[in-house]
Design a protein around this ligand. Structure first.
Ligand SMILES: O=C(O)CCC(=O)C(=O)O
Length: 256
């Protein structure tokens, strides 16, 4: 049996734009994912299709790390190339929750492992995802799945509840980042969304969200699994990429 959302949880997602659901995976499954992830960051394991991004200060030589794996910020594409991550991307609990939020016909827009190495991981400024994603309507849902307990100290997610109902907000470029113009929100409205390892934060692609630097001695490792209804349309140039099909139907004129 897969996990079922209560009506109260669904209402809360719709009102606030996010929902924390603990215990999506068993402890041993999470441990297996952490071990596999470490094989990529510190064990020399690789895949053709993945893309790795380094912490900007490490890349520029402003900050030294003992081993290269301690400076990695992001790994894209593991769901398409690694069996364990593919199982996570199609996990029955995650899909059962998504079905209630975006419907039964689902494609994956992106998957990105987001790493905050201890004392190295930097902040990700306040932003919305949808304004720079070429998908309409702006109604994608991400499951930000935690491999470690995500806490205030190590840079858990912080959100502005209800901001997914504001529509797209103006963003500006700042050093190493692209953020919502600070005139358009009040920091005092920000709420922390800590998640225990094995749980996930489901959030709307227009929700304003932020993560602080990792000021702790522990890793903060998560993966953002972003899904859309297969009815969505691609608004970039050309036909767009063929997005990973997760379940249900595909539609003429919808994303490929
Ligand atoms: O995990 C983080 O530090 C940032 C996550 C984020 O901004 C996102 O998934 O859109």
């Amino acid at each position: 049996m897969s996990m079922q959302l209560t009506q109260e949880q669904l209402d809360s997602y719709q009102l606030n734009g996010y929902l924390v659901v603990e215990g999506l995976l068993e402890t041993d499954e999470v441990e297996g994912l952490r071990t596999r992830l470490r094989a990529y960051t510190h064990g020399g394991r690789s895949q053709e299709k993945i893309q790795v991004q380094i912490e900007p200060r490490v890349r520029r030589g402003e900050l030294r790390v003992d081993v290269p794996g301690d400076g990695i910020r992001k790994i894209d594409g593991l769901v398409e190339s690694d069996d364990r991550f593919q199982s996570l991307g199609t996990n029955k609990n995650i899909l059962s929750i998504l079905e209630r939020i975006i419907g039964p016909d689902i494609k994956m827009f992106r998957n990105a492992v987001l790493l905050k190495p201890p004392e190295v991981g930097s902040a990700k400024g306040m932003h919305q995802d949808s304004p720079y994603w070429p998908i309409r309507p702006m109604e994608l849902c991400s499951c930000w799945f935690a491999f470690d307990d995500a806490t205030l100290e190590n840079g858990c997610m912080a959100v502005i509840p209800g901001s997914h109902r504001w529509g797209p907000q103006p963003h500006i470029n700042v050093t190493d980042d692209y953020v919502v113009d600070p005139d358009y929100y009040d920091e005092a409205d920000m709420r922390l969304a800590p998640v225990k390892a094995g749980g996930g934060l489901f959030f709307h692609s227009l929700l304003l969200h932020y993560t602080a630097p990792n000021r702790s001695r522990d890793w903060r490792r998560a993966i953002a699994l972003s899904y859309m209804s297969s009815r969505s349309t691609y608004t970039g140039d050309g036909d767009g990429p063929v997005y990973t099909h997760i379940q249900g139907r595909t539609f003429e004129g919808g994303v490929r």
